[in-house]
Design a protein around this ligand. Structure first.
Ligand code: G3P
Ligand code: CA
Length: 251
């Protein structure tokens, strides 16, 4: 695993959720810089597309929550989207932040932290898998070393399609909370494609982590926002944690 320093000493990957989003506006360059400063191993980021096919880093399909604009991301051109302020909503001191492109994040942070890239809303962007694959190829990241890039999604079929184009990019399947948990039949199917199972942290038990590991898969649950839930996850032997506060886990 990327940057895993001492293989003899069990360590847990710290994945900064949308950057260090507890301290800075999510999915912005300043949140990713903060994650680096807090020594996160990975940044997690969400990717969507403009109407002129630029991959941009934003969580919601609509810009209203995290910018000073309104409307659907897919209806903006990149030039229009770039005019929006995405720092102000979080705190006035972050005004002037812009929605980054995936390319800007790759250029600035590759090699410094791992990139956990989530493909958002494939139903809204029919060609997003293909666009992401070409962007990774363009950056020579279609055969990433030591999992320096992982692509994740809640959509298994999308990951299958993506894998057809760039078979060497490690994949993670996000799993929402479900009352009946995760079965071995599902794990067997998923293990033929992905290297990581990234479930809602409410699904995590020691037993589940053991079963996931028995399929030679890693497990990185999301999203930790309080110090209390960290201990249980460490005890359950997860491989990493997605958190808004990368320093909590380091502590
Ligand atoms: O990495 C897991 C997490 O990012 C998935 O949920 O809604 O924050 O994208 P969300
Ligand atoms: Ca995400």
């Amino acid at each position: 695993l990327f940057k895993k320093a001492n293989l003899n000493k069990p360590s847990i990957l710290v994945v900064a959720h949308r950057g260090a989003s507890g301290y800075a506006p999510e999915n912005t360059m300043v949140a990713f810089k903060k994650a680096l400063e807090l020594k996160a191993d990975f940044i997690e980021l969400d990717v969507q597309m403009t109407n002129d096919n630029v991959l941009v880093v934003i969580h919601d399909s609509n810009v209203a929550r995290t910018t000073n604009g309104t409307g659907e991301v897919r209806e903006f051109s990149y030039k229009e989207l770039k005019m929006l302020d995405t720092g102000l909503w979080f705190n006035r001191k972050f005004s002037g932040q812009r929605i980054p492109t995936l390319q800007e994040v790759i250029t600035e942070f590759r090699g410094k932290m791992g990139l956990l890239i989530e493909i958002k809303n494939p139903d809204l962007y029919p060609t997003i898998a293909e666009s992401l694959a070409s962007e990774l190829k363009k950056n020579n990241l279609d055969c990433p070393r030591n999992d320096e890039v992982i692509v994740q999604s809640f959509d298994f079929e999308l990951l299958q399609r993506f894998h057809q184009i760039v078979p060497n990019v490690p994949l993670g399947l996000l799993v929402k909370y479900r009352v009946h948990g995760i079965s071995n039949v599902q794990l067997r199917e998923w293990s033929s494609l992905v290297r990581y199972i990234n479930p809602n942290k409410a699904l995590i038990t020691k037993g589940l982590v053991k079963r996931i590991h028995s399929y030679k898969l890693k497990v990185i649950p999301y999203t930790v926002r309080d110090k209390k839930s960290i201990k249980g996850l460490i005890d359950a032997k997860v491989d990493g944690v997605v958190t808004d506060y990368p320093d909590y886990l380091k502590e």
